[in-house]
Design a protein around this ligand. Sequence first.
Ligand SMILES: NC(=O)c1ccc[n+]([C@@H]2O[C@H](COP(=O)([O-])OP(=O)(O)OC[C@H]3O[C@@H](n4cnc5c(N)ncnc54)[C@H](O)[C@@H]3O)[C@@H](O)[C@H]2O)c1
Length: 352
Amino acid sequence: MTRTIHVHAEHEYEVVIGCDWQATLKHSLDSYTRVALVYSSAMRDQIKEFKPDNTEIHYFEVSDGEGAKTSQSLQSLWNWLGAAGFTRSDAVVGIGGGTITDLAGFAAASWLRGIDWIAIPTTVAGMVDAAIGGKTGINSDYGKNLIGAFHSPKRVLIDTSWLTTLGDRDFAAGLAEVVKCGFIVDTQILDLVSGKNLADIRADSVLVQDLITRSVAVKAHVVGSDFKETFGREVLNYGHTLGHAIEIHSKYSLRHGEAVAIGLVFAANLAEVKGLLDLKSVQMHKQILDRLGLPTTYPGQAWQHLYPLLALDKKSRGHQLRFVGLSAIGATLRIEDVNESELALAYERISS
Ligand SMILES: NC(=O)c1ccc[n+]([C@@H]2O[C@H](COP(=O)([O-])OP(=O)(O)OC[C@H]3O[C@@H](n4cnc5c(N)ncnc54)[C@H](O)[C@@H]3O)[C@@H](O)[C@H]2O)c1
């Protein structure tokens, strides 16, 4: 069954979940003369099957993974849009994981100061996170996602059949963001995944679609109330403060979702150290994430490197570190008055 969720951002747009991407995309292209399909080599066979009747399609293949989010790929995409004569009545379609939708969205945001784009996410992380919310961008030599723009898509088309070919590691990493949505807002997500491992979830397509729908609803609601990230949207960063530091420390050898999984258990422990959250809720974090096969610990000796990296978090103000925490499952709060020994204690509890 197809479900549609409306996102209210700088314009309203639909996220269509459970659709057949080819059929739905054909109907979404009527108003455009030319369309650029941006995809990675991993998607080549499926993309080349797509042939709408009345729209001129241009196929643009980019490097896989983070290799797509470079200034070089963006430059070639701009040159290629220029050579093909793309105008304001044309559109870009990004088909792939979060790396591809981030690049395609930013190319659309910057070409002629903004043309339409459509996101077709093909990973769990892309479906529940990257394609929703209008953040687009590329990496710079100084860090990930430092160059970008807020530019919401015209539509997001989620066809869960893409997920059959997704590797277990990427699937589980995407589920970390799903579970995060359960901890911060929709606690039914936790009931749905509780006691299940990755294979149980993958085998149940109805459950997968339900989890994706619920997570999209959480993100759509939060983004709709705080598009440009003042405070409301920060709740989506639950688990991300330590998670980002771990990504940098591990030199991106961990998937984003894997680092976030560790960060979620850390954030729960921090709230417990501050006397805000009970121990049972902390244990629940670890149990659910462990069962999904996600990492929940990190080497103890890494703390001396991670602590300075926490200050780079975008939620920091001056010298003050700020964390998203919980006072109960499904109830977020901001943790600001935190000192180094409390942080070290919370980290000790997740140390391997
Ligand atoms: N814009 C945002 O709000 C936002 C939010 C979260 C993450 N992101 C960005 O998203 C990126 C991570 O996204 P990701 O986890 O989707 O990674 P990804 O795009 O690198 O995809 C992971 C891997 O899965 C492969 N893949 C994609 N779809 C597949 C499929 N259906 N079958 C088989 N293989 C498939 C890709 O080729 C790649 O090798 C990061 O760059 C991150 O910064 C952006």
